[in-house]
Design a protein. Sequence first.
Lengths: 155, 302
Amino acid sequence: MSDKRKELIVSAISNGTVIDHIPTENVFQVIKILGLHKLSNPLYFGTNLESKKFGSKGIIKVSDKYFEPEEINKIALVAPSATLIEIHDYEVVRKSTVTIPEKVDKIVKCFNPNCITNKEDVSTKFTVLYDEAGNLKLACHYCEKNTSKENIIFI
Amino acid sequence: MKNRSLVSINDYSKEEIIRILDLAETFEAQPRQEILKGKVIASLFFEPSTRTRLSFESAAMQLGASVIGFSSAATTSVQKGETLNDTILTVSNYSDLIVMRHPVDGAARYASEVAPVPIINAGDGANQHPTQCLLDLYSIRKTQGTLDNLDITFVGDLKYGRTVHSLTMALCHFNTRFHLVSPPELKLPSAVKRHIKDAKLQYEQYTDMSEVIPKSDILYMTRIQRERFPDPLEYERVKNSYNLVNSMLDNGKPNLKILHPLPRVNEIHTDVDSNPMAYYFQQAQNGIYVRQALMASILGNK
């Protein structure tokens, strides 16, 4: 497959955003986190696509929709390698990557079973921390316990 | 601090902590002042805690406030399935301030977000108990004359003991040297040690308390609970090495004081009680003054 052909796939929407290089198993999670399934905009997605960098990847294209950085950064926990491509009139006008945000609200479950967010109808809120080894942890706003990366469960 | 909830000791800056301790001294000098006359304080104990509840209620009544509330969730609408949100909103209609103890971690933070009146956390599950922390700080300052540059030794269950975690974090404001004595299974969690490191302070870990007693200004004892050990044999092996008896205090510094959040079981032998270094019962009494200072400060009377 030539590079030209790939460019055509990515540019196949006239206006909107392409989110590329999503881990293929997390495509549906990304759709959910961004609430794309609730929009009336045309939405295309693909999974198990060939990727030189990652072996396989997922991709999402949403028409007539652009994201603010704080909105798109919510997907960084599930798709840290994602590339964001903004398209205006079939032209790629901007490419960017996502960064892990300082706050993570509503999308992750607190690992502490005795936390109020697991006992009553209370939305989760976390601050992102890194331990000395550089591993990501989410500090719960309510119970003050940390949820480490391997224990992250998306709601 | 007026109208501000106190959920976690980290909600207060060093200056705010000192302000409460200074104010508590004035209440120790004169605990009965009718400055909260006409105020209604709700005391909501969703799980029983005799000591903390009576201390808060006595503190409020000595300042002339009226106290309403319950001492166990069993007799309330919580039993009928009412949410915490609804209980707190309802009680807010009847009171100027809510003191709450709840078995769930984070319940107090949540209550402080939904309540139109300020909340004082009297313990939320295994999480925070900031008034215990303030009364510990008050007791340390009162017995040592200062909070700065002290050698403070924690003994027992440092892993699960929430009072140890809160006090350690608060002491990071005061250039403390920490001595941590525990069985290897019950060491201070790394997240709490991180606070010590971030404050650029020193800590040392021990498994035997006898060597550290001569260095200590404060010996903060905690209970080791049998149920914390997956292997009951392991518990039998360690349980007596963290029990303090009077003869162990012979080479303690003259200013050494023994603190304990109570209730104690057998980690401090009763033969220590008559030693002038024993301070745990006065420590509990200091809780009254600290809670008076907090309530007066939050209700804006001081």
